[in-house]
Design a protein around this ligand. Structure first.
Ligand code: NOJ
Length: 554
């Protein structure tokens, strides 16, 4: 095999997202913890993922389950201690795995000492850590401008004591920091440095696109859009032009990169949570001196057809051309699980796994995705998710309709405990304990133990394809070339990945028929399938079973 130079680890890796609260509880309090993650490292290594992204475990009143940080240097006691983080990093590294921390730069908790000080008086030295503005109208009782938060209502909140408004891009208890204050930058870059020095291999950056807002606080323009989507954050009748994707945010990506690059061996990695069209998002990475990559959430919405994914692959190749690296995301702790969109059809889910693991880019696997976990329909009124609680005035039927349309109001649905076995509480917590969210009733049959026993399971499909990917530079880092449309039936999407001498051809069959196809070129050898074993190629023809993905080598 020709020795072309492989790109850095992060450009080739596969990421597994862990929501610590829901992964494994080792002390019987019904809440997952860091020792639980350590205990499952062998499972993750055997699954074949290479990098773990751990959702926030910092000191927090947990109003937004950790995305409201009150102490960036502490570990929330329900998750463990700094020693547990140490053990997690050491044990993961000992297995050759990497670990990425979730960094919430945009806002703190309302209970962060900085905010407590900031709101104590207009002259407090921490006042300018946050965005405070006088109101309009006599008495200042109208908010400073028309800006809406990312979740719908106005993002300005009135403070009775100091008679001003503070800005929060997300929920009222998550006040935004003011990144135009150099002290804020210094303080937050300090947080970043300390966790990287502690041993994290990278950062996932929470709502990074919201960091800087319009300096003059001008109104956002009107928009006809009602609800924001993954690829267009405008909504609630407003264009978010003055509150998102500010040029200074994009410039700050470069400042952050310089800090992250102070840490080498291994080089560290950053992936930004930013919403918008890939053409807009590439600006965060362009030039190779900003973020390493950004989430491209569009795959969650693409029509599940060969044409739909062809268009998506083309768009990702066009907008994130090498050396930029796209990402493949089909679910996370904010969105419906992948199966929900695919009708919980295991063969369709496996085909989507094949796209995720064979197209050019970094795959992000959300915990439970590897066994086909389902969303759980839970009432808004008793939700743990503060977003759901904010909308609890809506009848559940409305929430269900929105859910079916791809808008998840109650994120508890996709955060239920990991299903390890058919034991009581699915092996997530002690049998008599009360898990923080109910287990999905499907846990009895959809669980790791059961799928381990079934070679046709989604779990085994992940294992096979991850194993193959680890041995094939073409799949990790190869250039991607789509086969022209007319060479194969319209139900089949096909591409070739090439890295040096290593070539892999991927056939993705988006249909429930069985189909015989002639494969262009010769000498193809089946390497793997989404089915337990690939069928042999005969005289240049492959038989594709319903929704089968077939990966061929030479
Ligand atoms: C995006 C995170 O993914 C979500 O879970 C969180 O609620 C918001 N950012 C606010 O931090």
């Amino acid at each position: 095999m020709q020795r072309a130079e492989l790109p850095p680890w992060w450009a080739r890796t596969t990421v597994y997202q862990i929501y610590p609260r829901s992964f494994l509880d080792t002390n019987g309090d019904g809440i997952g913890d860091l020792p639980g993650i350590v205990r499952k490292l062998d499972y993750l290594q055997d699954l074949g993922v290479e990098t773990l992204w751990i959702c926030p475990f910092y000191g927090s009143p947990q109003q937004d389950l950790g995305y409201d940080v009150s102490d960036y240097d502490a570990v929330a006691p329900e998750y463990g201690t700094r020693d547990d983080v140490r053990r997690l990093l050491d044990e993961a590294h000992a297995r050759g795995m990497r670990v990425v921390a979730d960094m919430v730069l945009n806002h703190t908790s309302i209970e962060h000492p900085w905010f407590r000080e900031s709101r104590s008086s207009r002259t407090n030295p921490k006042r300018n850590f946050y965005l405070w503005r006088p109101g309009r109208k006599p008495g200042g009782k109208a908010p400073p401008n028309n800006w809406r938060s990312l979740v719908g209502p106005r993002g300005w909140h009135w403070d009775e004591r100091t008679q001003e408004w503070y800005w929060a891009s997300f929920l009222p208890f998550q006040p935004d920091l003011d990144y135009r204050n150099p002290e804020v930058q210094e303080a937050m870059l300090g947080v970043v440095r300390r966790w990287l020095a502690f041993g994290f291999d990278g950062l996932r950056l929470d709502i990074f696109h919201a960091l800087f807002k319009d300096e003059r606080f001008e109104d956002n323009p009107f928009s006809t859009r009602l609800l924001p989507t993954e690829d267009d954050p405008d909504g609630f009748l407003q264009s978010y032009r003055r509150t998102l994707h500010h040029p200074e945010t994009i410039a700050f990506a470069r400042t952050l990169r310089r800090v992250v690059d102070e840490f080498q061996d291994p080089p560290r990695f950053m992936v930004g949570e930013v919403f918008g069209q890939p053409s807009e998002l590439r600006r965060y990475c362009e030039g190779g001196d900003g973020l390493h990559s950004v989430f491209l959430f569009k795959a969650m919405r693409a029509p599940f057809t060969a044409a739909g994914f062809r268009e998506l692959v083309l768009e990702f190749e066009r907008e994130m051309p090498a050396p930029l690296v796209p990402t493949w995301v089909f679910g996370n702790h904010d969105r419906s699980r992948r199966g929900e969109r695919l009708g919980y059809h295991p063969e369709r889910e496996k085909l989507s796994v094949a796209v995720q693991l064979t197209a050019r880019g970094i795959p992000f696997v959300y915990y439970g995705e590897e066994i086909g976990m389902r969303d759980l329909d839970l009432p808004l009124a008793t939700a743990k998710d503060p977003l759901a609680r904010m909308y609890r005035f809506l009848p559940d039927i409305v929430a269900r309709k929105l859910h079916a349309a791809g808008v998840l109001l109650n994120r508890d649905a996709c955060r239920t405990p990991m299903q390890w076995s058919a034991a009581p509480n699915a092996g997530f917590t002690a049998p008599g304990a009360t898990p923080w969210l109910p287990l999905h009733p499907a846990a009895e049959t959809t669980n790791v133990e059961a799928e381990e026993r079934d070679p046709a399971s989604i779990l085994h499909c992940y294992k096979r394809l991850l194993r193959l990917r680890r041995t094939r530079p073409a799949l990790q880092a190869g250039a991607l070339e789509l086969y022209p449309e007319h060479v194969l039936p319209p139900e089949v999407l096909a591409y070739r990945r090439t890295f040096g001498d290593d070539v892999a051809t991927v056939l993705l069959h988006f249909d429930d028929a069985t189909r015989r196809v002639r494969i262009p070129g010769d000498g193809h050898v089946p390497l793997a399938s989404t089915y337990p074993a690939p069928l042999p190629i005969r005289e240049g023809e492959a038989v594709l079973r319903p929704y089968e993905a077939l990966i061929l080598g030479r």
